[in-house]
Design a protein around this ligand. Structure first.
Ligand code: MN
Length: 500
């Protein structure tokens, strides 16, 4: 997965010439110290780059233009150490296309009670300087993150960490290409949507290739490549008996490896960051990609089944956001329920394609029939998933806007063996409880397809949605259905007015 350290966030401090050279010198020194400490801490995954203090409309405009065009710059952290009259920021903020995080901090943590004088007051005045900056961003209806606290406070660092991860996901979408093999699953509504609007809003494109284009590439995979991958399967997973060399299903494993290598070649050479397929369109393919889709997801590609390009793109962005963190992100589907009144849970899975990045223990590589699609039995990785906090996220197309839904869940380690279930699976309890969580999700129109995350929080997705300028609704510990319904109504009006 992506090394986030190759990405830059620029640390920009605003001021003005009113204060004189000496004060500006101190402002610059303080900013450099803060930027360096952000860059040096392992708590922030990206590179933080100090930029000289901006003091005029021209300097502000120029740093915004530079940020827009700098390939590795994924956003700006802005701080007003002193007062920076905010009309100076209008022209720059008008053209800034990278995400902005407003850090409301102060160089000193404590007031030096005995020494404090007017010089100190004039130097350390972000308490009102940042309010002026906040006003202009609000006046311009600009979405941004505001982080408040001392710059060495671990809570502040964590909020910056979260925001930079969201910015990395957002940056990854800009110019990204996703390929859809075949169309949307016939008649399915929620997986479909406006790809033109998505490209305008999200920056990624989705284009279709007929399955024949993929089949051709699969046909060109060499035996040597297949042998190497078969060895990797053997080394990485518990291989079912029937798939062992020479046994009755060994040929299917060879085919699965060929499909994976063909897919990988297609994605690499087309510069795609993810893909979708559908079991309704497998002409010329022997099996639906199972293990191949699973392993490519684990390698960082976005994926979703049945032509669901919105979820495939979301899986990719969430994988980028979670780079380097413990746990994983996977394509997921609410599959079936445990409605026992004492212990209500969702069993999440898919026909085949759950990402082994969320697996507990070593997956087993198995082959079983697939009830639909009319093809040969597909090879897949089967595993359980640990308990712990997690979330499901889904993007839907509301017609006049995209909505991101997030449901925080509590995953539950399986207590029963599932000897006859031939797919990877997860058990979870939706927050705040099964009845409320599921009702809220359904009222908000959330898809059956999601990205399941073990390592991202609602805050990552909140920051991400604000960067995208889309609606986001949360279903969490605090959700009350009556208020939630009202929120949906109010949002309907807000987005109808098309304010921003
Ligand atoms: Mn599905």
């Amino acid at each position: 997965m992506k090394d986030l350290k190759s990405l830059e966030v620029w640390f920009v401090t605003g001021s003005q010439y009113l204060y004189g050279e000496e004060t500006l010198q101190q402002v610059a020194e303080h900013s450099q110290i803060i930027a360096k400490s952000f860059n040096d801490t392992s708590l922030i995954p990206v590179s933080i780059v100090f930029k000289p203090t901006v003091k005029t409309p021209e300097e502000i405009y120029n740093v915004c233009i530079e940020a827009n065009t700098a390939k590795n710059c994924i956003g700006i952290i802005a701080w007003m150490h002193t007062f920076s009259p905010a009309k100076m920021w209008i022209s720059g903020l008008k053209i800034l296309q990278k995400p902005l995080c407003h850090l409301h901090t102060q160089f000193n943590s404590d007031i030096p009670w005995k020494e404090i004088d007017m010089d100190f007051m004039n130097l350390n005045q972000s308490a009102h300087g940042d309010r002026e900056f906040g006003f202009i961003m609000t006046r311009m209806r600009l979405r941004r993150k505001v982080i408040v606290g001392h710059w060495q406070d671990p809570k502040v660092l964590d909020k910056i960490n979260v925001w930079t991860r969201a910015a990395a996901g957002w940056n990854d979408w800009q110019g990204a290409k996703f390929v859809r093999f075949g169309d949307n699953m016939r008649y399915v509504a929620v997986t479909d949507g406006d790809k033109v609007e998505a490209e305008m809003k999200f920056g990624y494109s989705v284009n279709t290739h007929g399955i024949g284009d993929l089949v051709k590439v699969i046909g060109e995979v060499t035996d040597a490549e297949v042998d190497k991958l078969l060895q990797e399967y053997k080394d990485s997973y518990k291989l079912a008996d029937s798939l062992q060399i020479g046994n009755e299903k060994y040929q299917s494993l060879i085919e699965a490896a060929r499909i994976e290598l063909g897919l990988q070649y297609f994605l690499e050479h087309g510069n795609f960051k993810g893909f979708t397929d559908t079991f309704e369109d497998l002409h010329g393919m022997t099996q639906l990609p199972g293990i191949g889709a699973q392993r490519l997801m684990a390698a960082g590609y976005g994926f979703a089944g049945e032509g669901d390009w919105k979820t495939a793109a979301l899986v990719r962005a969430m994988k980028v956001m979670g780079s380097g963190l413990q746990g994983g992100n996977s394509f997921m589907e609410d599959y079936t329920y445990h409605f026992n009144p004492d212990n209500q849970m969702v069993l999440g899975s898919h026909m085949l394609e759950i990402c082994p990045s969320i697996a507990h223990g070593k997956p087993s590589c198995e082959i079983h029939p697939l009830g639909i699609g009319g093809k040969a039995d597909p090879v897949r990785l089967v595993f359980n998933v640990s308990g712990g906090t997690a979330l499901n996220a889904s993007v839907i197309d509301m017609g006049n806007r995209f909505r991101l839904l997030v449901n925080e869940v509590e995953a539950v380690a399986p207590v029963h063996e599932l000897p006859k279930l031939p797919v990877a699976r997860v058990l979870w309890k939706p927050l705040p409880d099964m009845a409320t969580g599921c009702a809220a999700w359904i009222l908000a129109g959330g898809a059956h397809h999601t990205c399941y995350s073990q390592n991202l929080t609602s805050e990552h997705l909140e920051d991400f949605a604000h960067m995208a300028g889309i609606e986001i609704v949360f279903i969490d510990r605090e959700t009350r259905l009556r208020e939630f319904k009202n929120e949906l109504c109010w949002n309907e009006v807000y987005y109808h007015l098309n304010i921003k």
